[in-house]
Design a protein around this ligand. Structure first.
Ligand code: KG4
Ligand code: ZN
Length: 344
């Protein structure tokens, strides 16, 4: 079977074609970085308009790359949430139209489920597994028992990790999107130059919730109070490296606690998966892999370009649901808020 996947929930328009044997035939993506860079953040109205102007072109590109025609598509899947409503409506309407015209099944995919299941598209990873999802809009720990059987263990009470990266990068006057820029800057910095707070982290606490807004505000006020130092590269590099190290310590701490929690509950599983855009950060990947291995679990983190938003993950999530008989009605509404653990 061939599956068409459409992702338009944030600032990337991506269209992919995969087959049921897990071959990615195409995974085309156009980013809106140039459009949002002057604002150093995503402007929802501009994002929606740009999805409208790109979706047709990018779909044609995906078909050309895969070297097949629309007639070969058996299932169409599109992100229905969570995300920015304007973008969601573009992708959803596009996919529903194809489904109706071609009389093929339509799947409304959960964007977080796309990130969560990417590991199974790339490797033979069986349920259940533990997931740390770290993206620009979401950060959480989940125990995935089966398709549609996702247990929420804990997550951010305020900002997502990616959001904290982006806001600190903005204060450091880096280019948009800030996460990857901050990672580059951190390479040259001293990660022990500053000691930053680690909210909700202490040794005795077993809480699996996360919090990044206090850390973010602390770092941003330090930068604002030292504007003069922003001219110094080493100041900026040290802030970036110390911030990245603090994020790593927080995530490592919570992941260890989540593994301990699952062990205590006698849950049997082999794999710990990390996914979402922030998981493309090489420094974090290294520390998280080390942590998972030290707990005698098998780590899996998709390659960077499949950690960030892409159509292949939506095609795959659609196919996984289709296999379980979970086809969506054509009047399925876009859902700006849609927790992963909510059964549909
Ligand atoms: O998963 P994603 O592409 O979109 C959402 O679902 O949110 O994640 C985007 C987020 C952004 O906040 C971006 O700055 C962050 O992932 N990100 C990174 C890196 N690459 C992307 N953060 C830190 N280091 C990176 N290398
Ligand atoms: Zn995402």
């Amino acid at each position: 079977m061939k599956i068409l996947g459409i992702e338009s929930s944030c600032d990337d328009t991506s269209v992919a074609i995969i087959d049921s044997k897990k071959k990615i035939l195409s995974n085309e993506r156009v980013s809106q970085d140039d459009i949002h860079k002057d604002y150093k953040g995503i402007v929802p109205e501009l994002a929606a308009r740009n999805h409208v102007s790109q979706i047709d072109k990018i779909t044609q590109r995906a078909f050309k790359k895969a070297n097949i025609s629309l007639d070969s598509i058996d299932i169409v899947s599109a992100t229905a949430g969570p995300g920015l409503i304007g973008g969601l409506l573009v992708g959803l309407t596009f996919a529903k139209t194809i489904a109706q015209v071609k009389k093929i099944p339509f799947i409304a995919a959960n964007h977080l489920e796309g990130h969560a299941l990417t590991a199974r598209l790339l490797e033979n990873i069986k349920f259940p597994y533990l997931l740390l999802l770290i993206s620009g809009g979401h950060s959480g720990l989940y125990f995935l028992k089966d398709i549609n059987e996702y247990v929420y263990l804990g997550g951010t009470l305020d900002d997502a990790v990616g959001e904290a990266f982006d806001k600190v990068a903005k204060a450091l006057e880096l280019n948009f999107p800030g996460g990857p820029e901050l990672e580059k800057l951190a390479l040259k910095g001293n990660e022990n130059a500053f000691k930053f707070p680690k909210p909700l982290v202490n040794k005795i606490d077993v809480n699996l919730d996360l919090s990044f807004s206090g850390l973010k505000s602390h770092v941003i006020s330090l930068i604002r109070n030292n504007q003069i130092n922003l001219k110094s590269n080493s100041f900026k590099q040290d802030i970036a490296a110390s911030f990245q190290k603090t994020i790593s310590l927080i995530l490592v701490n919570k992941l260890e606690k989540a593994i301990n929690f699952c062990n205590k509950k006698l849950l049997r599983y082999n794999n710990v998966v990390v996914s979402g855009g922030v998981a493309s950060n090489a420094y974090l990947r290294k520390s998280l892999i080390k942590t998972i291995e030290s707990k005698n679990k098998k780590p899996f983190i998709p390659p960077a370009k499949l950690c960030t938003d892409n159509g292949a993950m939506i095609a795959w999530a659609g196919f996984e649901r289709y296999r379980e008989g979970l086809v969506s009605p054509l009047d399925f509404k876009a859902r700006p808020r849609w927790p992963l653990e909510e059964k549909i």
